[in-house]
Design a binder for this molecule. Structure first.
Ligand code: ATP
Ligand code: MG
Length: 248
């Protein structure tokens, strides 16, 4: 791994690149994941590389949803694991009802197993894999992505997706799930189709989410439900687009 000086002005951005490249070499991430991250980086640059107020609002609603959900599941792909495996493990440590399920666009049984093992090694107690003997199909989706673990996404009421493709996000919404997307591009199909969109970089967003959930755990369910009822994702996306425009 390249040694990046911590006073480098682009330290965090370079560190994330290193995490993804390392993830590729370890057989977690795919080559296509590198390109997808490049698209994300461009949006992050335009957003000032910080968690903006509209993202904080979506994160607070995510916290409320995850704490009030019956069966919340975080769908993790290779890029998400490579970039944010530690942050995902940290989140689960604070909320043990949140299940992790590995679901891959470029699926091989070996890669799925490696990602599951990587997350377990980071301390996640239970990691499911979408492709298994316990899979059920998600209608209208092709390839390995269509699988859902019977005890995971198939029975989930709330699903978190990150760096996800629009088709699968749409299929999950159509299957009746409440979908929370973490996606730096407020114009992507995923961002537009999810019920809650966190327009922020995944590692930053998960850190803020963990802090929000620790505070919200003490709050009454009615207060959290009120937050959900007042939330308007369309307005959040418009604010994200406006922030990019004003930055230009
Ligand atoms: P869609 O299929 O939703 O229309 P897309 O085809 O443009 O999106 P995909 O490659 O399917 O893009 O999805 C990857 C998404 O992840 C992109 O929108 C990209 O901006 C976003 N992204 C990349 N890196 C990060 C990151 N580190 N944090 C958050 N989002 C990211
Ligand atoms: Mg796509």
């Amino acid at each position: 791994m390249t040694d990046i000086p911590s006073n480098h002005p682009r330290y965090h951005s370079l560190l994330l690149r290193e995490r993804l490249i390392e993830g590729l070499h370890r057989g977690l991430a795919s080559e296509a994941g590198l390109l997808a991250h490049g698209r994300g980086e461009a949006f992050d640059y335009l957003l000032g590389e910080r968690t903006q107020p509209f993202a904080t609002e979506a994160i607070e609603v995510t916290s409320a949803l995850l704490l009030t959900a019956k069966h919340p599941v975080f769908s993790v792909n290779g890029s998400a694991a490579a970039l944010a495996g530690r942050e995902i493990a940290d989140l689960v440590a604070g909320h043990d009802r949140l299940l992790i399920e590995v679901n891959l666009f470029h699926h091989t049984p070996e890669r799925s197993r490696r990602i599951a093992d990587y997350l377990r090694a980071l301390g996640v107690p239970r990691v499911l894999e979408s492709v298994s003997d316990d899979s059920v199909p998600l209608p209208s989706i092709q390839h390995a992505r269509k699988h859902m673990h019977r005890e995971g996404i198939a029975s989930a009421d709330v699903v978190v997706v990150a760096l996800e493709d629009g088709d699968r996000c749409q299929a999950l919404v159509e299957a009746g799930k409440q979908v929370i997307a973490i996606d730096l591009n407020p114009l992507s199909r995923t961002a537009r189709l999810a019920q809650v969109t966190i327009v922020d970089e995944i590692t930053r967003a998960l850190h803020v989410l963990k802090v929000a959930m620790a505070a919200d755990r003490k709050r009454a369910h009615e207060e959290l439900s009120g937050r959900l009822a007042r939330y308007n994702n369309e307005a959040v996306l418009q604010r994200a687009v406006a922030a990019i425009r004003s930055g230009l």
